[in-house]
Design a binder for this molecule. Structure first.
Ligand code: AMP
Ligand code: GLY
Length: 422
């Protein structure tokens, strides 16, 4: 079989490595991939948003199955375009990807179908939003409606900060057209859990739970990033909470999307907060999380391609999806300065005898040399019998990886370990 994977980050690298365990796959193309992915797939210089070129490539190369991993092409309709020429795909159609593509849509959906989430108001006019902030409870959360590279959420601890957020999103168009509409919502508190799930629109199968570490610095300080590390499973997510989430959030979401004529297939990511009033949805993503995928897929014991195809074919209820009882940790090595300014182009040294997986996010090949080419450069994942051992191993392996300007958090998983002790 010939497989095409759209995307070029650490998440796509983890997906490709897992797919490669299936011996029926003879070829994987990554569009565009990256210098590290090139060791596992043939990288083709077509961008993830170049839908017409992706479709033409898939047709010319007689692709049997396509995996569309990032949010942008999903929201732009890559799955619809590939399906239209008869290429089966993993991922939601455009009318379902809106669940991530528009926060106004997802908030209204949750309200309509009684799915627990933060209370909110929607605004299309900055003046009205600012007026509302006069009396809104503080802290408050201001969110751009559309995709904003994970940066469209501002938590305001004062009224002045909230007003500044509204102005920068709606008037200065900090996130472009994504900020034409905004959501202002209630500030929630509690541990966060990421639950990725497979769904064929009828059945929903949650994957092992995980925890992201979004802030750049140790002890959750500094700016928000795309994610500096992950662990799985998330100790806060007990069996009891999982059951409650299935009944009150996961199944109702699948049903709601069907009722709206927007059947969701692929990976539906539930970003949850475990509040004192129960689990609530912070956000939906219409795709695998990054870097959650880097800890979730190494623990998947079933064949990934088989499960993915079952979501496309509507046969998920008959398909085994099994995860190991162990744990995984992924530590991201970034370029110093990320998520702001950083230098690139430094040679990456990867020893041959690494135990664990190195998933490359931002690197390019120059001849035989692998050079840094991004904020997040790579992630080192280790699996073990316990979370503690997985974390220890991931850091030990990371010590063997070298590049100039390397920066990483030293506390990935520590909060989770403490939660386990309590
Ligand atoms: P998002 O881009 O929607 O994942 O939001 C980024 C981060 O902002 C989340 O992971 C939460 O930590 C935080 N966040 C989003 N919405 C809320 C909320 N209503 N209350 C508290 N924190 C929030
Ligand atoms: N790790 C969060 C995300 O993928 O959006």
């Amino acid at each position: 079989m010939k497989i095409l994977v759209v995307g070029g980050g650490g998440r796509e690298h983890a997906i490709i490595r897992k797919l490669k365990e299936n011996k029926e796959i003879e070829k994987i193309y990554a569009l565009p991939g990256n210098g590290g992915i090139a060791a596992d797939a043939e990288c083709v210089a077509i961008g993830a948003k170049e839908i017409d070129k992706i479709v033409a490539f898939a047709k010319e190369n007689a692709i049997d199955y396509a995996v569309v991993a990032p949010d942008d092409p999903l929201v732009l309709g890559a799955v619809d375009a590939l399906s239209a020429i008869g290429i089966p795909c993993f991922g939601p159609a455009k009318n379902a990807a809106i669940l991530e593509g528009s926060k106004v849509f997802s908030k209204n959906l949750m309200k309509k179908y009684d799915i627990p989430t933060a209370k909110y108001e929607v605004f299309s006019d900055a003046k009205a939003a600012i007026q509302y902030l006069d009396t809104a409870p503080i802290p408050t959360v201001v969110k751009a409606d559309g995709l904003a590279l994970g940066k469209g959420v501002i938590i305001a601890f004062t009224r002045a900060e909230a007003v500044a957020a509204v102005r920068s999103i709606m008037e200065d168009k900090q996130f472009g057209e994504s900020g034409n509409n905004i959501v202002i919502e209630e500030f929630l508190e509690g541990p966060e859990v990421s639950v990725l799930s497979f769904t064929d629109g009828k059945t929903v199968v949650p994957m092992i739970s995980s925890m992201d570490h979004k802030r750049a610095g140790d002890n959750d300080t500094g700016l928000n990033t795309g994610g500096m590390g992950t662990i799985a499973p998330n100790p806060y997510y007990t069996d009891e909470i999982a059951k409650e989430c299935m009944e009150k959030i996961f199944l109702p979401t699948i049903k709601a999307m069907n009722a709206e004529g927007r059947t969701f297939k692929g990976c539906l990511y539930f970003g949850l907060m475990l509040t004192k009033d129960g689990p609530k949805v912070i956000e939906y993503n219409c795709r695998f999380g990054d870097p959650e995928t880097q800890v979730v897929l190494p623990l998947l014991e079933s064949d990934l391609l088989t499960v993915m195809m079952a979501t496309t074919n509507g046969t998920l209820s008959e398909t085994e999806v099994k995860f190991s009882d162990g744990a995984a940790a992924c530590v991201i090595a970034a370029s110093k300065g990320y998520p702001e300014k950083y230098a690139s182009g430094f040679e990456i040294t990867l020893p041959k005898d690494l135990e664990g997986e190195v998933y490359v996010a931002g690197a390019k090949l120059e001849g035989e040399k692998l050079l840094t080419a991004g904020g997040r450069v790579l992630g080192v994942t280790a699996t073990a019998d316990t979370l503690k051992n997985a974390i220890k191993k991931a850091y030990a392996e990371l010590e063997k990886v070298k590049f100039d300007n390397m920066y990483y958090r030293t506390d990935i998983g520590q909060r989770a370990l403490k939660a386990k002790e309590n």
